[in-house]
Write a protein that binds this ligand. Sequence first.
Ligand code: NAP
Length: 278
Amino acid sequence: MILDGKLVAKGTREEIKKEVQAINKDGKEVGLCVVLVGNDPASLVYVNNKIKASNEVGIKSYLYKLEADVSQDEVLALLDKLNKDDKINGIIVQLPLPKTLDETTILNAIDPKKDVDGCHYVQKGKLWTGNPELIACTPFGVMKILEYYNIDVKGKHAVIVGRSNLVGKPLAQLLLAKDATVTICHSKTKDIKEIASKADILCAAVGKANFITVDMVKQGAIVIDIGINRVEGKLYGDVDYDSVKEICSYITPVPGGVGPMTVTMLLYNTLKAYKLYK
Ligand code: NAP
């Protein structure tokens, strides 16, 4: 069965829109600010999607485009200004940043109360100690898809391939919090095939097209493909979809799986930040 992220996203966005409309009726606004550094074409597409989606649900969006050679101090000064701006409830800095900038310092300069992609140490700490508040959008989106399809992860063996701060690690914590038994694989893991093929839930966040092949998947497994890889202008996930879909019980397609949920959970988190800290 295909796990339709577009469908889940549509319903969630309608709920968000209703709440935002009620806030707007009271003459108030919910604001999301996106900061883009440089001209990476893929980042530009993602940023435009975020702006478009926030406008569609009535969240007021603000876009700051900075040159690739901007200094670290200039970015920090902008974030300081945005942190103090009452019109803005959520801030997201589009990744990756140019190599000249220190990602950790920049992400931790966002006020945790406005950290709608759950990147700040405070938000990560809250997640890891079982008190999640603003959760990283992509893994949060994965959990919403599982919830929508009533997939209970309790007691299941979840294998995540990829350990990034943005995807793999927070996803591991979210699955653990729902009582899955979690294994995380990475580039130094020995015999990923052996580990992956034991997974009840296999999540791929590697960034390599068709990395997960059918011989790595257990019959009846739930397969979550987080990868977005552009090969000769076409989008591929990290899973060899055509062959894997024949043996698994559930699978997210690329595109149309986790991707639409990432943007949706950004809107969700922005509304949540407004409600918590306006
Ligand atoms: P990342 O920061 O590059 O992390 C990739 C992870 O994969 C790392 O932990 C790396 O291991 C591991 N890895 C790389 N090669 C491997 C190999 N041969 N065997 C095992 N593990 C390997 O990427 P990311 O930000 O997590 O993103 C992962 C994918 O998800 C990308 O395709 C990205 O475009 C996509 N993505 C999609 C969404 C969405 O909305 N759907 C959002 C974010 C990201 P090491 O740690 O050892 O280097």
